[in-house]
Design a protein around this ligand. Structure first.
Ligand SMILES: C[S@@+](CC[C@H](N)C(=O)[O-])C[C@H]1O[C@@H](n2cnc3c(N)ncnc32)[C@H](O)[C@@H]1O
Length: 264
């Protein structure tokens, strides 16, 4: 693969080195500089960088230092793989990098990856959008050091009673329970937590809203965890044939089967 002198912001996926996209891996294998989020991207994946590549962990650098090293490489005619965990577009702090790169006239391109929200759903064997139960997934976080706009407080979002995926929130479970309860969620609503989804030391905690805080404390889970809440996480759903989609219903015709226009 012929790379251009630019910054490729590549999603590494959730942890399992085989969950990077083919395009992302090709960029990683051919880039001249690899700058990666070392706390959440697997060393096994990074070891696929070319033998000619300069490989740098980003954890000790601030934003300006990262942009400086990437810009320097591109101005010298080199390609850069800036490797982010999961998908770069979700809590990836890429906007601030793009702003500074653009100011310096450095071209960049985003290559998507498998977000931890979908990796967690996969390891739980869950569909997040279950017919007749919920057709919406909210990706959000509890308010910690990073402020959350008033209209996006958990209580307001939870009022939709859909599936809610909480990033960066494992240490804030008490607050999550309070706000969801205030929004009218029952204490027996299923919640599933996956810590380090797809890593060899992955941990799964299946619980309920009422027991979430206690169970996370007991399991010692405070970081690197995805919290998925809502009735789509009911582990019993797979034993009950109650929620079929229309898509594969014998009596339902749609665009693919009949050539007629349809939106699903
Ligand atoms: C800075 S955000 C990055 C999210 C990432 N861009 C993504 O798409 O998954 C870090 C948070 O993502 C979640 N996360 C990332 N990787 C994870 C994994 N392998 N298992 C569970 N949660 C993960 C956790 O909530 C963690 O606190």
């Amino acid at each position: 693969m012929e790379l251009k002198p630019r910054v490729y912001m590549v999603g590494a996926g959730p942890g399992d080195p085989d969950l990077i996209t083919v395009k992302g891996q090709n960029i990683l294998m051919n880039a001249d500089l690899v700058l990666y989020a070392d706390s959440l991207v697997s060393e096994q994946l990074i070891s696929r960088a070319g033998s000619h590549a300069r490989v740098l962990p980003s954890s000790g650098m601030d934003l300006e230092q990262m942009v400086e090293v990437m810009a320097e490489a591109v101005l010298a005619g080199n390609s850069v793989a800036r490797v982010h965990t999961g998908d770069p577009a979700v809590y990836g702090a890429i906007l601030e990098q793009m702003v500074l790169l653009k100011q310096r006239g450095i071209p960049y391109e985003i290559v998507p990856g498998v977000s931890s929200v979908f990796a967690a759903a996969a390891v739980l064997g869950a569909e997040l959008t279950v017919p007749d139960l919920t057709q919406t997934v909210i990706l959000t976080r509890a308010e910690g050091r990073t402020p959350v706009p008033e209209r996006e407080k958990l209580r307001a979002l939870a009022s939709h009673h859909c599936t809610v995926a909480l990033f960066l929130s494992a240490a804030l479970a008490e607050q999550v329970v309070k706000e969801f309860t205030e929004a009218g969620w029952s204490k027996d609503t299923p919640v599933a937590v996956v810590q380090r989804a797809t890593w060899p030391d992955q941990t799964i905690v299946r619980t309920t809203l009422g027991r979430l805080d206690r169970d996370l404390r007991q399991a010692g889970i405070r970081m690197h965890a995805m919290i998925l809440a809502g009735w789509a996480l009911d582990p019993g759903l797979v034993d009950r044939d109650e929620h079929r989609s229309r898509l594969y219903d014998k009596s339902f015709t749609h665009g693919c089967r009949t050539g007629l226009a349809a939106d699903d």
